[in-house]
Design a protein around this ligand. Structure first.
Ligand code: ADP
Length: 599
């Protein structure tokens, strides 16, 4: 046990370790309140005094819900080490969220927006207080759960960044080089002497890399063999990146650098959000200070996204779901235009259904008149022009199944299990999206058929009335009683008029017949759709995938645990034994799984 005047902790309750300190879960001796205590190690005292106190001073100045709160600065009883008493963040960091196999291909849209909101608000508070963080990365963005179950992210680890003034202190940022601005990278990692001053834009660069990581699950700049293996190429990628590009990769040894101007297809964010986010990433991942956005523009553009509301639109003719981001104060005309940008359906061809009813959207009205939508209850768009069905664009998760190495190696097995699980979660997410799309498709078609059936019924009523009228005016026996009416007698006079009325009656009768036939086929289509819907509801794919995922998760967890235990290093056997799978030859099973052809 260790303690300060007011706090107590067990050294087993280690939350994390950095270059300068260890962080423990502790309790207030009187109230029992949980806190995090950062206990500085001996190496930290080798730093100049002003650097040592900088973190306390910076934290004391700050007070914001997206920045970890400092409660007190105390000293341990025995060794009199300085201790920072901070708000305890119980749900790990953004890095641990991104490390989870479930987020192997990036965060879902809702969680990504929470991250964006929190990071932007926290950074804004830092800028208002004139503070440059200089070590923004997912590991320094802590997470806790709010009372309503939503994530709250908080910036932490202040002070270390200032140490960049001194070459000796680069150690603290050395571990996070993937997120470093190229100027800092050049000096801290490549150790090249340069006189460039690090401006506030270095934080913007790190935010760009962090947001890209959160959106895709991967880093944006990857030399062949990984960022740590080829540092010169890493520097080249970040500095040679053309304007507008948001990622760069080198796929072959000494191969060319390839640039991406869009987020990868595996990214879970909607195209509506991606189209807003990509220009921001392109402008903050800009090495040249003169070309890079300033903070003011970054805040303006990100706030613009965060203030928007999302309208869920399902394009029936194309079978694609869209998120349309608009401002509540926009007009419906702007909404229709935004739909056009995403669907290519011209505003004059857009017709909408909502929960079975035709929905008339008057362009001059405010977008606030648009009904509240959700992913499962979107506005259904059907185009009056002919459209080609597109469906969901996706990458086959089988392509992301890792290669299984034949030799038994715990670390490699852990990586394979993690990669496999990531591909599995991606498969579940895709299956979910496909099933939801199918449901929306069938529901939308069902509504459309109902609307058409109603139109058919009305048309039939009108044609029948017209035929009645014509028949009576032509003086047929059946309707002779109405023929005596003065207005009809007037019309039935001249032979020519009688012949025209007869032709009209024939046309109407043909028309009525074809509407009746359409009505019949719509009725058949409707019962066909009901059958299809039953099939969708009976589909067990998600449950089947989930069942596999639960088993795969156990394997992954066991490898993760065994990886930490030295006695199992170099041997995968305990994992298999623990799962009781040895006799069933899981390796052969896994290897079969590695071959996309074999499924
Ligand atoms: P250093 O300055 O030495 O890098 P950090 O401040 O980054 O140390 O803390 C090290 C680790 O401790 C973090 O990566 C995180 O896992 C954990 N940690 C830090 N602050 C908190 C907190 N307030 N609540 C929970 N865990 C924390």
């Amino acid at each position: 046990m260790q303690s300060t005047v007011n706090y107590l902790w067990h050294t087993d309750d280690l939350l994390g370790q950095g270059a300068t300190a260890s962080v423990y879960k502790a309790r207030n001796k009187k109230s029992g309140e949980l806190v995090a205590v950062k206990v500085f190690n001996t190496a930290s005292y080798l730093r100049p005094r002003e650097v040592q106190v900088r973190e306390f001073e910076v934290l004391r100045k700050l007070n914001h819900q997206n920045i970890v709160k400092l409660f007190a600065v105390e000293e341990t009883g025995g060794s009199r080490q300085k201790v920072l008493v901070m708000e305890y963040c119980s749900s790990g960091s953004l890095l641990s969220v991104l490390e989870s196999p479930e987020n192997a291909f990036g965060l879902p849209e809702e969680e990504f927006l929470v991250v964006l909101r929190c990071v932007v608000a926290g950074m804004n508070h830092l800028r208002e207080n004139g503070i440059v963080h200089r070590d923004i990365k997912p590991g320094n963005i802590m997470r806790l759960m709010g009372e309503e179950g939503q994530s709250i992210y908080k910036l932490t680890d202040f002070g270390a960044a200032r140490e960049l003034d001194d070459d000796e202190k680069f150690v603290s940022v050395y571990g996070t080089e993937e997120y470093l601005h190229p100027d800092m990278y050049e000096r801290a990692v490549l150790r090249k002497p340069q006189q460039k001053a690090f401006g506030v834009t270095v934080d913007l660069w790190s935010i760009g890399v962090t947001l890209y990581h959160a959106a895709t699950g991967s880093l944006p700049f990857i030399p062949f063999g990984g960022p740590r293996r080829n540092k010169e190429i890493m520097y080249r990628i970040t500095t040679e990146k053309p304007a507008g590009a948001i990622a760069g990769t080198q796929r072959r040894e000494n191969g060319p650098l390839e640039w991406s101007y869009t987020l990868p297809i595996t990214c879970q964010l909607s195209m509506g959000l991606q189209s807003q986010l990509v220009p921001i990433l392109a402008n903050i991942l800009e090495a040249e200070q003169a070309k890079c956005w300033g903070f003011d523009q970054f805040f303006a553009e990100t706030s613009d996204i965060l203030q928007r509301v999302v309208v869920h639109v399902f394009s029936l003719s194309q079978a694609v779901q869209h998120h349309v981001y608009i401002h509540a104060h926009n007009t419906i005309a702007i909404f229709l235009e935004a739909v056009y940008q995403q669907t290519n359906v011209a505003p004059q061809h857009q017709e909408y259904l909502f929960e079975g009813h035709l929905c008339v959207l008057e362009p001059s009205l405010s977008a606030q008149h648009i009904t509240h939508t959700t992913a499962s209850s979107p506005l259904t768009l059907f185009s009056m022009a002919s459209e080609t069905p597109k469906g969901l664009a996706f990458r086959d998760p089988a392509l992301d199944i890792p290669k299984f190495v034949p030799k038994v190696d715990l670390q490699a097995d852990y990586n394979s299990a993690k990669g496999m699980l990531g591909a599995g979660y991606q498969a579940r997410q895709l299956a979910q999206a496909l099933l939801e799309g199918q449901e929306l498709m069938l529901r939308g078609l069902h509504w459309l058929v109902e609307v058409l059936q109603t139109t058919c019924r009305r048309t039939l009523e009108v044609t029948r009335t017209a035929l009645l009228f014509l028949s009576s005016s032509l003086g047929t026996e059946r309707f002779a009683s109405t023929a005596g009416r003065p207005e009809i007698q007037e019309l039935s006079g001249p032979a020519e008029l009688r012949s025209k009325l007869r032709t009209l009656a024939e046309v109407l009768s043909r028309c009525s017949q074809s509407v009746t036939e359409t009505h019949m086929s719509l009725r058949n289509l409707s019962s066909e759709l009901v059958k299809n819907r039953d099939q969708v509801h009976e589909d067990r794919s998600i449950q089947k995938i989930q069942c596999c995922l639960d088993k795969m998760y156990l394997i992954y967890k066991q490898f993760k645990k065994s990886r930490m235990r030295p006695e199992t290093l170099g041997g995968g056997q305990p994992v298999l034994q623990a799962l009781g799978w040895e006799a069933t030859c899981p390796r052969a099973w896994l290897q079969r799984g590695a071959d996309p052809q074999a499924g």
